[in-house]
Design a protein around this ligand. Structure first.
Ligand code: F6R
Length: 236
């Protein structure tokens, strides 16, 4: 594991964007595993900036996102599909049909989960997976549990996650209580993993996840077993 500490969110975002752009330049038709949330916003901004300057071309790139709320369609501004379109996809030249986000409104959610795993497999797996980390150690929406869950699945969000995510909603009651999330197999089978985190409040969970025992009670701790993991952290 490479653990890189930087002193600003700007530097974190630039370094993360550097790793992603190197991946796209080396393999233009790569599969990027992408995340939503506050952490990657600066990374996406930096990538958009380089795209606008003509330095990166996403026309052959494919993306698969980690997760989506159950019950929020892509046109709802709190949905993760909307977030990705708004913060990244609409502002670069990736083909919309090459961007995959789980459908949290699927009539048969179990079938949707199976189809999502099959899609990732058909694409040949993920070349580079970008991750954030929740305050309880979740990655994607793999919440603390008694065991690691392998496949894409529907999950009940923990109270702390609902609380943390309520900042994106008008009120806490509007935060969906369930989500569809990629499981640990697709994440761990990614060829490279890049986890980014910023802020004092992430310090303790990062210590537990990357310098403590591997346990499903801290889902991100499994990443210690990945052969090509980079963590970038900025306290500010
Ligand atoms: C989002 C996701 C989540 C977030 C995590 C951290 O797609 O998978 O695991 O990465 O909740 O969120 P932020 O970056 O908002 O602190």
């Amino acid at each position: 594991m490479k653990f890189i500490k930087v002193d600003s969110y700007e530097k974190l975002s630039r370094q993360a964007a550097n790793i992603i752009s190197a991946q796209v330049i080396i393999k233009p038709d790569c599969v990027l595993g992408l995340a939503t949330g506050s952490s990657p916003i600066g990374t996406y901004k930096q990538l958009i900036n380089w795209y606008e300057k003509g330095d990166i071309d996403f026309s052959n790139t494919i993306s698969v996102n980690l997760d989506e709320y159950v019950g929020l369609s892509g046109d709802k501004d709190q949905s993760y599909r909307y977030f990705m379109n708004n913060n990244f996809f609409n502002r670069i030249n990736i083909k919309k049909e090459n961007t995959f986000v789980p459908n949290g409104c699927a009539e048969d959610l179990n079938a949707e989960c199976e189809a999502y795993d099959a899609k990732i497999k058909e694409l040949g797996g993920i070349d580079l997976q970008l991750l954030g980390i929740g305050l309880d150690g979740h990655i994607g929406f793999n919440e603390p549990d008694d065991s690691f869950i392998k496949n894409t699945h529907v999950v009940d969000l923990h109270e702390s996650t609902i609380e943390a995510n309520s900042r994106f909603f008008a009120s806490r009651d509007e935060v969906p209580t369930k989500a569809v999330t990629m499981g640990m197999v697709s994440i761990m089978q990614a060829k490279k993993i890049l986890l980014i985190a910023n802020g004092q409040n992430k310090k303790e969970i990062l210590e537990k996840a990357f310098f403590g025992p591997i346990t499903p009670q801290i889902p991100a701790s499994i990443l210690q077993l990945h052969p090509d993991l980079t963590v970038i952290y900025s306290e500010n």
